[in-house]
Design a protein around this ligand. Structure first.
Ligand code: ADP
Ligand code: MG
Length: 690
């Protein structure tokens, strides 16, 4: 296999553009890509023609505007290139207009009240900063999705806006330090966790099929306690899947780099090489899609849910984040000279300030019914946002705040701008797995996002919050009479002010929860608890200031998120009821009746049937309990109040506990039932398949 040749072979990338476009057109497109300049119609026509020629040459027959509506998954509507020309001949055609603008019927996508259904029109606009690619014989054009009145209906547009905001403020900050660059990009490496299970088991479980997770299931005799799966040798069948997945991703220009087993049985991870936030988001969306598709080919089902199985680890997505100039300098790299250090410390301080001031937004960006099972469940970061900087950098920060000597170094104390930072060890991200937001040498790793999330939202929050901190710094420093002392004073003051967000200890401990409360950090345990703070005034002001969202756009997003949450819980509850009524209860009744007849037969010939009797009584009593709890759950759903916010809180307060109670009865039954009678594959069958 020739990897370099295969890599990106299905992408209309820079190399192809340079080959196929006239020099002037290429340059004009490049300017659009780097500086966000508008594209001329003539240029669009030429680009479209080249794209079509390239795509048809690769066997493509259709094209689609590929976009990310607020459902979180990607959407596409295919059109063929086929056109009939003036002479009645069939030709393959694709115009600049078709490339730059599409008009999907928007009425079936959530808009949170932004777009009345009678005004169903929405349009998609080409995003030339992410490359077009071919998937399933279709040329896919990454696009942004808006309503006709200009309000945004997708996840990509705010991401692009937030990238512009952070670029603007970071370029300004660097200029203060005497460095002039054109653009600063947020760079992202999204590590993706997932489960692979046998397709046969998956097909037999309604809960996995409809909700992505098991709603019932007694624990297997073996879980992850032996810790023998993490980095363990990969089964040949899984290895074949990974090789195939790599190949598919490479063709799409996605730099799948590392594949390994994760902590839980059947759990794996893929890490790509980082890219700018926009491309990394598109790539991650495609990665999830490909994982599902390739799994199917190998007789697997790929589970991207945050918590497919109770009692073993769920799946997350680590969002590695840094800032890079158009010349490739990483602004979160501590560097080797005092000048670099001042720059590093200023950007570090901006991140610390941003995460402290907008901790609620970061928590909100990872809130979902699925992720609620992870956060704070002793396997993933807690629901409290805090930053881990490690001991060395922690000591540096202490010395700056307290003005005390920096003890690791013989030479006096660390003076910003003159002292050289100690060489910080490239931190292994495993060093503190309990931290939600960890500095790992030259980037931050945000570990709260759930495995099924579109990472756009998290990065919108992060980019905008950091942009805001940098803006405040620039506003202050640009007016300073004496720059160096002003810079030092600002860093010291801001670190001191936001010191409370720094925490190097065990994030899973009860003590931290209490300590965090004393420090005034927020701790929103459940999705609705977090979501209701989305439109707090300071947040609305933040996004307005940086032109990322209008207030109406935020209100619509809040509405959609609350609705999505309560719907997810309702679907789970309804699925559970169906399984309990139509599978678990009938099977358990059959089992108890077989015990009863066995007891009767044995006793009729004078043999004692104490075991059958005892077991039958146990099963019968659990069946009664199951019956009551199922009916209770059903009643509970039917009493759900009107209004999305009320319904969301009701789901969290009432429906989830009712589901947990019903599950308990079912799992107790499973633990004592004859395997032959149990109607669905069990945890041990699914997780330890042969
Ligand atoms: P670790 O094993 O310590 O987590 P890696 O350096 O392999 O470390 O990084 C994990 C992920 O972080 C990868 O996806 C990688 O591409 C990404 N990453 C590395 N450097 C950066 C950076 N500057 N910006 C964003 N992501 C990065
Ligand atoms: Mg990691």
């Amino acid at each position: 296999m020739n990897v370099p040749e295969m890599f990106g072979s299905m992408v209309f990338n820079d190399y192809v553009m340079r080959e196929m476009l006239p020099k002037k057109v290429y340059q004009s497109l490049k300017n659009t890509m780097v500086e966000g300049k508008a594209l001329d119609d003539d240029v669009a026509d030429i680009v479209a023609a080249a794209m079509k020629e390239w795509a048809v040459g690769k066997g493509a027959t259709h094209f689609t505007h590929w976009f990310q509506p607020m459902t979180g998954i990607t959407a596409e509507k295919h059109d063929s290139f086929l056109t009939v020309d003036k002479n009645g001949c069939v030709i393959m055609d694709f115009s600049g207009k078709e490339l730059t603008k599409g008009e999907p019927d928007a009425s079936s996508f959530p808009s949170g009240g932004l777009r009345a259904t009678f005004e169903a029109r929405g349009y998609t606009a080409w995003d030339p900063t992410s490359y077009a690619f071919i998937k399933d014989d279709t040329l896919c054009i990454p696009t942004a999705f808006c309503s006709y009145t200009g309000q945004i209906l997708d996840k990509k547009t705010p991401l692009l806006r937030s990238m512009d905001a952070i670029s603007r403020e970071a370029v300004r900050t660097l200029a203060l330090l005497g460095k002039h660059v054109r653009r600063v990009n947020a760079t992202i490496g999204a590590e993706q966790e997932y489960f692979l299970i046998d397709k046969n088991d998956y097909s037999k479980r309604l809960d996995l099929r409809l909700t992505g997770r098991t709603l019932i299931g007694a624990p297997a005799a073996k879980g992850q306690e032996m810790e023998d799966h993490y980095f363990g040798s990969i089964r040949p069948r899984v290895k074949a899947f990974m090789a195939d997945l790599d190949e598919e991703l490479w063709k799409l220009g996605i730099t799948s780099k590392t594949e390994h087993n994760e902590v839980a049985p059947c759990q794996h991870e893929m890490a790509p090489i980082f890219d700018n936030a926009n491309k990394a988001t598109d790539s991650n969306q495609l990665t999830m899609e490909m994982m599902k598709k390739v799994a199917e080919k190998h007789g697997f089902a790929c589970l991207l849910h945050e918590k497919p199985f109770e009692g073993i680890n769920g799946s997350g997505k680590h969002n590695n984040w840094a800032l890079s100039t158009d010349e490739g300098e990483n602004l979160l790299d501590p560097g080797k000279t005092p000048k670099d250090n001042a720059q590093f410390l200023l950007f570090l301080t901006a991140v610390i300030k941003a995460v402290d001031e907008y901790q609620d937004l970061l928590r909100i960006s990872v809130a979902s019914a699925g992720n609620d099972h992870r956060l704070g469940a002793n396997e993933a970061p807690p629901a409290i946002v805090s930053i881990f900087v490690g001991d060395e950098l922690g000591a540096v920060i202490d010395s700056i705040i307290d003005g005390t000597p920096f003890t690791d170094r013989a030479s006096s104390h660390l003076d910003i701008g003159t002292g050289v930072l100690p060489k910080l060890a490239r931190d292994n991200s495993d060093r503190n797995r309990t931290s939600p937001f960890a500095f790992t040498g030259n980037k931050f790793e945000f570990r709260m996002p759930g495995s099924s999330f579109n990472i756009a939202c998290t990065n919108v929050m992060l980019n905008t919050a950091v942009a805001d901190a940098l803006k405040a710094f620039c506003d202050e420093l640009e007016g300073a009479d004496d720059f160096n002392p002003a810079l030092k004073a600002l860093i010291k003051r801001e670190l001191e002010k936001h010191r409370r967000i720094l925490f190097n200890g065990n994030g899973y401990s009860k003590e931290w929860e209490e300590e965090a409360e004393r420090r005034g950090l927020s701790n929103y345990k459940r999705t609705p608890d977090a979501l209701v703070h989305y439109c707090d005034e300071k947040n609305v002001e933040l996004f307005r200031r940086h032109k990322v969202y209008t207030k109406e756009e935020m209100e619509s997003r809040l509405e959609i998120s609350l609705d999505e949450y309560q719907k997810a819980i309702h679907i789970e509850a309804a699925t559970m009821i169906e399984m309990l009524r139509r599978q678990i209860m009938p099977a358990s009744l059959r089992f108890s009746s077989s015990l009863a007849s066995s007891a009767k037969t044995k006793e009729s010939i004078g043999i004692s049937a104490d075991a059958e009797r005892a077991l039958c009584m146990k099963v019968s009593s659990l069946c009664n309990e199951l019956m009551l709890r199922t009916e209770n759950l059903d009643r509970c759903i039917s009493e759900s109040p009107e209004g999305t916010e009320a319904a969301a809180f009701y789901a969290a307060d009432k429906i989830i506990p009712a589901m947990e109670a019903a599950r308990k009865a079912s799992d107790s039954l499973e633990a004592i039932s004859d395997k032959e009678f149990w109607p669905v594959p069990t945890y041990s069958e699914i997780l330890f398949y042969v």
